[in-house]
Each structure stands twice: as structure tokens, then as C-alpha cells.
Write a protein that binds this ligand. Structure first.
Ligand code: HEC
Length: 190
């Protein structure tokens, strides 16, 4: 009798499916990743990395700023585009070049960020060169499109092709007006 109880006790884990390697703890009522419908993102959350799809028209591949130089903006200058460009400019360019491109941010003079409202950027540089500068960066300026094309790899791929052109359109078609409407910051005001 004792012998039978011992065997039954030894075999109990088989019946209970309770060997250490059993995975029945996995099956529980909690919601598992990728299961069911995804909850919507909280309002104002920001994607860290998105796979963006640019329309074919925008997929002009350029390897460096020189190749970008002859390009002209493929997207129209509409109020919507300018509004998007302005938002991106204030996020990505304002810290160094000033919120309205007057090189009046606290760091502008320290790192030599040039004013973008001057004739040099407004008239001498081509749209393509400005696009190329945003894409690949410049000497001190980091890249915002293709940091991997730089020898030092500095920058991020935060801006899609379309977003970079939106910034170019904003720089060339509205920045000067916005700059004129806003007083230049002085060292005391910062
Ligand atoms: C981290 C600081 C920094 C940020 C952010 C930055 N720039 Fe610059 N940018 C510079 C500096 C410094 C220079 C001048 C030295 C150089 O050419 O690198 C410059 C130069 C430029 C030039 C002139 C290039 C030339 O050939 O002379 C343009 C145009 C320009 N920036 C546009 C932009 C735009 C548009 C953005 C936003 C997408 C931006 N920059 C963001 C620092 C920055």
C-alpha cells in the first residue's frame, strides 16, 4: 500500500502537468503583446522611429550636397506646406539658427550658426543646396536626413524627404517675413 502511494505521489506532476519546464503559467487571462486590438497611442506621443513612405516624386536619391545642388523643390508652396515647414523649422533648426533664422539663439554665435534670413541663404544658395544641407549636414551642422553618408556619422534621420522639402519651402518663402515680424533677441533677453 505504502509503495502504491509513493508511486502515485511521484507521478502526480505528470497528471498535474506541473514539471518545472511546463509552461502553463503562460496561459493566463492577461493580454499578451500583439494580441487583440491595439490601444490607441496617448495624445501627443511622439514616434521615435517611423518607416516613412515618400511618394515616388520625392524619391530623388542624392549621395551628397553637390548632387543635391541643382534640385528644385518638388512640393508646392501652399499655406499647409509652409505651416508644416515652420513647425519643423522651430523644432529642428531654431535651437542653432534662431526661431526665425536670425542667428539670435543662445548658442548661435558660440557654434557659428549663420543667419538664414540673409541674402547668402535666400538668394545665393539653391533650394537643392539647402535641401542637401538639411539631408547631409554641413561642416559643424549635423545631418537631419542621412547621417550615415557623413564620414563622422553625426546627426539623425529624423526628417523624411518630404519634411526636408517642407523646411526648404518655409526657409525660402516665409522665414524672412516671420523674422521681420519678431524682434531680434538680445543677449539680455535670453
Ligand atoms: C546643431 C546646430 C545646428 C542645427 C540644429 C542646424 N544647423 Fe544649420 N548650420 C549650423 C552651423 C554651425 C552652420 C555653419 C557652419 C557649417 O556650415 O557647418 C550651419 C549652416 C547652415 C546653412 C548654410 C550652409 C552653407 O553651405 O553655407 C544652411 C542653409 C543651414 N545651416 C540650414 C539649416 C536648417 C534648415 C536647419 C534645420 C533643419 C539647420 N540648419 C539646423 C548649425 C546648425
Amino acid at each position: 500500500m505504502k509503495y502504491r502511494i509513493a508511486v502515485a505521489a511521484a507521478l502526480f506532476p505528470v497528471v498535474a502537468w506541473a514539471w518545472p519546464w511546463s509552461t502553463d503559467m503562460m496561459d493566463q487571462p492577461s493580454i499578451k503583446p500583439q494580441e487583440g486590438e491595439m490601444a490607441p497611442f496617448p495624445k501627443r506621443s511622439i514616434p521615435l522611429r517611423t518607416d516613412r513612405v515618400d511618394s515616388d516624386m520625392l524619391l530623388t536619391e542624392v549621395a551628397n550636397r553637390d548632387e543635391a545642388k541643382p534640385l528644385t523643390s518638388p512640393i508646392p508652396v501652399t499655406p499647409e506646406v509652409l505651416a508644416k515647414g515652420k513647425t519643423l523649422f522651430r523644432i529642428y533648426c531654431g535651437a542653432c539658427h534662431g526661431q526665425t533664422g536670425k542667428a539670435d539663439s543662445p548658442v548661435s554665435s558660440k557654434i557659428g550658426a549663420i543667419p538664414l534670413v540673409d541674402d547668402y541663404v535666400q538668394k545665393t544658395l539653391t533650394e537643392g543646396w539647402i535641401y542637401g544641407t538639411i539631408t547631409f549636414g554641413s561642416y559643424i551642422m549635423p545631418a537631419y536626413g542621412k547621417p550615415t553618408a557623413r564620414d563622422d556619422g553625426r546627426g539623425s534621420d529624423d526628417l523624411s524627404v518630404e519634411e526636408r522639402w517642407q523646411v526648404v519651402n518655409y526657409v525660402r518663402h516665409q522665414l524672412v517675413k516671420d523674422a521681420a515680424a519678431e524682434p531680434t533677441k538680445t543677449a539680455a533677453a535670453q
